[in-house]
Design a binder for this molecule. Structure first.
Ligand code: OXD
Ligand code: MN
Length: 580
């Protein structure tokens, strides 16, 4: 027995009896273990070494071509009562789901090694952190979990101390899309995933634990588990304020988390400190503020679009100690993707000689995995067990029209409304059609582990209990002009919008009241130093006719979750529409 925690030992035994692995390996997280696993994967071809001169300790993994994204249609929340999961989730009765999964897992690890990964989501010493154990037959998952979580011996020690942990069971199975399920059992604190090796389906600490299961735990314990990045922004006076921002997958959270302020800001002394890029756990503090921790320890970022222009900090952290999944490779074996800028692809993401006729060289959802402390703007506050105090929460979507560059909610209730009404165009991060506008409340559509109506109620409860709640904002970097071009320059220039947000928090900027929210005064967003002044009138304009159509849809959307939808949100929709 490798652990003194009987419950854990018994569970591992019972999984081994069902899955029949050739060997069981308890992960310690040591450098030797990592080297051993890496060498094994280089032998089997699961990993390929990239150019050791330009990219030391960097590896490329090519996944099965049918296994390249999260599979929302095969992801289930299995609660006893279907109504608890809500219309926002696929639901299956726990008994039915267990029977189905037991059959898939029967004997599935024969001839393979079963890895047991104890992990901690959040700083090892933080009272806000939560524990889990993932059992998997994929060494690639172990290597990724090592970068994405605090895993191994220290996590096991805390699990043994506390006795409670989320049980995650994963097998890549046959990688058959017909035999693929990602099941969540929130009431049992359990996750079972079969048939996929892709990040969000297989690295169970991330979306499955830190969002779907954690949102459920957070609801009963009085906190929030959110799909948000966390960033600290230091002004020239040396004061740092922390902002948490929710955007749907592949809408720029990673870029925003590590943005480099544009030149006039840099020389004035503005600095950005990265705490997290994807997940944020928010806890009410005794002082009535909200405190955030990033439960993750690394980034699993989208590679395409990452360039010197869009995210120089990301590029700087990707030249050593990173795992790349489904990117292309240059003739001298460097990782390559569209918009990278330098180099040319020789092999595409499937390892074929690159031919533009086959589509993009890198898969649109190709990824990098890298430890957070490799990031040049990394903030040591990411290790603060008490978290960082949040001054502003931002909701963002990808909308070609309608949604303004920025607006502020009147109060927490209105902010919750803005989050609940969020909509965005779909991206390649999930299997399915790209570019379709869908409602994605709080960017949690694929990740909320329970009924959205109850979730909004929980948001109202948490905020209602705060003496100093963060201000809530909505942004849209993605407005397009008649020719289809982006109106706002985005990326580092988003600092200009953040400056207004922060000045609203410190009481240094005014705002204009409109029926949809508080807007910056004309010229409140600094545009000096941009090569041309963007069409701020369009970016900050409110078209009453278009908004009234939007409210039709928002009302229908809120209705869909009735009777769980809080009445105040329904009333507020009506009030705002009437004000238009
Ligand atoms: C992610 C996602 O991987 O949201 O972060 O898909
Ligand atoms: Mn995400």
């Amino acid at each position: 027995m490798i652990t003194k925690l009987t419950e854990l030992a018994e569970w591992v035994d019972s999984v081994a009896r069902r899955t029949q692995p050739a060997e069981i390996h308890w992960c310690t997280g040591s450098a030797e273990e990592n080297a051993m696993l890496t060498n094994g994967m280089l032998e089997t071809g699961e990993l390929m070494e990239l150019n050791p001169v330009t990219h030391p300790e960097c590896y490329l993994h090519r996944s099965d071509p049918d296994d390249v994204a999260r599979v929302e249609h095969l992801t289930y929340v299995c609660t006893v009562d279907a109504d608890e999961a809500g219309p926002n989730n696929n639901w299956m009765a726990p008994d039915t789901a267990h029977a189905l999964m037991d059959e898939l897992f029967d004997g599935c690890m024969q001839g393979r090694t079963m890895y047991v990964i104890p992990y901690c989501m959040g700083p090892i010493e933080s009272p806000f952190s939560r524990l889990g154990v993932e059992i998997t037959d994929s060494a690639y998952v172990v290597a990724n979990m090592r970068k994405m979580t605090r895993m191994g011996s220290p996590a096991l020690q805390r699990i043994e101390r506390e006795g409670s942990f989320v049980r995650g069971l994963h097998s890549t199975g046959e990688l058959d899309p017909e035999r693929r399920y990602i099941m969540h059992f929130p009431q049992e604190l359990a996750i079972q995933s079969y048939g996929s090796g892709y990040g969000g389906n297989a690295l169970l600490g991330k979306k499955c634990h830190a969002l779907r299961i954690a949102s459920h735990q957070a609801r009963t314990e009085g906190w929030l588990a959110e799909h948000m990045m966390i960033v600290g922004i230091e002004n020239p006076a040396g004061q740092t304020r922390y902002v948490a921002a929710a955007f749907p997958s592949a809408c720029g959270k990673t870029n925003l988390a590590m943005l480099i302020p544009p030149e006039p800001y840099r020389s004035a002394g503005w600095k950005v400190h990265t705490v997290g890029d994807d997940i944020c756990w928010l806890h009410p503090g005794e002082d009535g503020r909200l405190y955030a921790i990033n439960p993750e320890a690394g980034f699993f970022g989208v590679a395409p679009g990452t360039s010197k222009k869009t995210n120089p900090n990301a590029l700087a952290m990707l030249d050593r100690d990173a795992i790349f999944t489904n990117v292309a490779a240059t003739a001298d074996n460097q990782p390559w993707w569209e918009e990278l800028g330098d180099g040319r692809p020789a092999l595409d993401w499937q390892g074929r000689p690159y031919d533009p006729k086959n589509g993009p060289a890198a898969h649109p959802n190709s990824r990098f995995t890298v430890s957070i402390d490799r990031c040049p703007s990394y903030s040591p506050e990411a290790e603060n067990p008490s978290g960082v105090p949040i001054d502003a929460i931002i909701f963002g979507g990808r909308r070609a029209s309608l949604a303004p560059l920025v607006m502020e909610a009147r109060d927490w209730t209105h902010g919750t409304f803005l989050g609940a009404a969020m909509a965005s165009e779909t991206t390649a991060a999930a299997t399915g059609k790209v570019g379709v506008v869908r409602r994605d409340p709080m960017a949690m559509k694929p990740f909320c582990g329970y009924h959205f109506g109850d979730y909004w109620g929980h948001w109202l409860d948490v905020g209602g209990g705060l003496a100093q709640p963060p201000k809530i904002f909505q942004v849209n970097w993605f407005r397009r002009d008649a020719e289809g071009g982006f109106i706002w320059p985005g990326f580092g220039e988003n600092m200009r919008v953040l400056e207004w947000v922060l000045k609203r928090c410190s009481g240094e900027a005014g705002a204009v009241e409109t029926p949809v929210g508080l807007m910056p005064e004309p010229d409140a967003i600094e545009t000096g130093g941009l090569s041309e002044r963007p069409d701020m009138e369009t970016l900050l304009g409110i078209n009453a006719r278009e908004w009234s159509k939007e409210f039709d849809q928002i009302e229908k959307h809120l209705e869909k979750f009735a009777p769980h939808t809080p009445q105040v949100l329904i009333d507020l929709a009506r009030e705002l529409r009437n004000a238009l």
